[in-house]
Ligand binder design. Structure first.
Ligand SMILES: Nc1nc2c(ncn2[C@@H]2O[C@H](COP(=O)(O)OP(=O)(O)OP(=O)(O)O)[C@@H](O)[C@H]2O)c(=O)[nH]1
Ligand SMILES: [Zn+2]
Length: 176
């Protein structure tokens, strides 16, 4: 790549760049090697809880599969327990597993929802992602402020439109 750019690959600043780049790429795509079971690490607890649980504003960095440029933003997750609850930090760990791959936002959204369903077998789940895509801001169409919003709802949180709308508003509100 550096040769193709017309760079002098012998100059000091670039000598270790291929190695650094490979290392950075391995880090940014480490989700391929992750094992969800290990990630959950047994933090799945029996519970009689019936109320909606929301974990919002989970920040993430991913890489778009079309341009291998970053897209980043926030993931919001809500679910209705059905006999089990998951350790709260594990939602962010699940997000990391799927974000640290070459992705498109829609697929990332589906995969996170699938994983939550598999792990928790909840009565309902909703996962929403808001993200900015570098391939749309630093190149191409060059729209800096644009954000992409995707949502996947399953079970009771798909069927209950009112609850769905309330959660969606909460996802997009700021709370401190
Ligand atoms: N649906 C979806 N599209 C994405 C995502 N990330 C990037 N893209 C789009 O993938 C498309 C690839 O289009 P192409 O026309 O093949 O590539 P391109 O010539 O680089 O397109 P431009 O970005 O319009 O310059 C672009 O429209 C990108 O915006 C994503 O997460 N989801
Ligand atoms: Zn892209």
């Amino acid at each position: 790549m550096l040769n193709n750019l017309g760079e002098n690959v012998e100059r000091e600043g670039l000598l270790d760049t291929p190695k650094r780049y490979a290392k950075a790429m391995m880090y940014l795509t480490q989700g391929y090697k992750a094992d969800i079971k290990e990630v959950i690490n047994g933090a799945l607890f029996s519970s009689t809880a019936t109320g909606v649980v929301v974990v919002k504003d989970i920040d993430f960095f991913s890489m778009c599969e079309h341009h291998i440029l970053p897209f980043h933003g926030k993931v919001h997750i809500a679910y209705i327990p059905s006999g089990k609850v998951l350790g709260l930090s594990k939602f962010a760990r699940v997000v990391e597993v799927f974000a640290r791959r070459l992705q498109i936002q829609e697929q990332l959204n589906e995969q996170i929802a699938d994983a939550i369903e598999d792990i928790l077998e909840p009565k309902g789940v909703i996962v929403s992602i808001e993200a900015a895509h570098m391939c749309m801001s630093m190149r191409g169409v060059q729209k800096i402020g644009s954000k992409t919003l995707t949502t996947v709802a399953r079970g009771e949180l798909k069927d209950d439109q009112k609850c769905n709308e309330t959660l969606f508003k909460f996802f997009n509100s700021s709370v401190s």
